[in-house]
Design a protein around this ligand. Sequence first.
Ligand code: TRP
Ligand code: ZN
Length: 453
Amino acid sequence: MLAFTTACTGGTVQGRPGASGLRDPFFPKAGNAGYDVRHYGLDLVYRPDSGRLDGTAVITARAGQGLSSFNLDLVGLDVEDVTVQGEGARYNRTGQELTVRPAEDLKKGEEFRTVVRYSGKPKAVEDPDGSEEGWIRTGDGAVGVGEPTGSMAWFPGNHHPSDKAAYDITLSVPKGYEAVSNGLLASRADRDGQTVFRWHSAEPMASYLATAAVGPYKISTGTTASGIPVYNAVVPGQAAKSADALARIPEIVEWGSGRFGPYPFAAAGAIVEDEGTLGYALETQTRPVYPGAPTVDLVLHEMAHQWFGNSVSPKSWKDMWLNEGFATYAEWLWSEDHGGPTAQERFTAFEEGDTDVDPAADSDWAEFPPASPPGPERISADPVYYRGAMVLHRIRQEVGDEKFFALVRGWAAEHRHGNANTADFTAYAQAKTGHDLDEVWEVWLYGKGRPST
Ligand code: TRP
Ligand code: ZN
């Protein structure tokens, strides 16, 4: 008895609740502390006619502390049953928090399995900036998109980019529908009037980059020169208009590998929805989602995110410029490499507002510094993209091409399949190039007001 009490006070037996958020500066309730998800096994049965989803989420995680309870994020939907390590667990829900109390406390370092059975009609949710994400019903199907916090509308999890995990997503849909997700298609089988698609993502993925798309897609496949399989799913009405841009995916993957280093994932592709179903494209991992037939530049942008955003992911939603600044700068580089305006010409065009060179040049790119958006409603605003790209170009001006491209490749390699923030970037850039870049950080990255060269 005495020994047991000692163990308790020593903290080796008793757990405490895991915190219900990760204190993200813009989304403080997103994600949960106390554990680290290793793998999501999602088994989703979807009926496009009714919009009903029956889901089982098997979440394998490692406890980072002794846990008497822990939280998952989930909005909407009904939870039917939760088990932890095979035993029934108590749970309750408040807002986006699903609090799970395992029958027995979890020990620090323990790997544990949580199974959540849930169902209902998943919903679209509105972002702080007014855009829609979550579960979007399309003409004859649906698509799940999750930047920044919409994935909690279709599966329970640790919904913050700092907790990346491997995924196996199984989608069962009525025969006649296609079902597409991230990664490699491991199998496809017809069973009792349903088609079951099993998608496998071995590399770590932030939950906002997970997707599940159900529809009457036309499927086309291919392979890049270095052997990456390409799988495209396009709604019939956009197929002809999409063909040329999607045919460039292998070339884009090769070009990116040359500029940024090896492509980080085992698969590539695209999901093209009808125009008007989504207000934006999203760089869902390996297989971006497009709102209608994309241009080559848009495909380039979303594929550039596979290196910048998906492999090197932000530590918090304040670090979005590391995603969007790099993806935008990738467009400038692609243009430079393909006979269009050079990055320097684009940079000048933004300084001068010359929309002949770039139609976005007269945007309010100087409104706020990219490293500090004024709030969650501005994380996808113009300065994050364009002034973010200008920061990268300012570095290039300071250090020259050789050091700049070594920096870009080094950055992608240093944090491959990891997370990084702005401070990590500025420290890395200075160390890697050997240049004092304080002026760039102070004026272009953090400075208020309109910078000029
Ligand atoms: N990250 C996407 C891209 O740049 C764009 C995006 C996703 C977005 N969600 C958004 C833009 C919400 C505005 C609002 O490709
Ligand atoms: Zn982007």
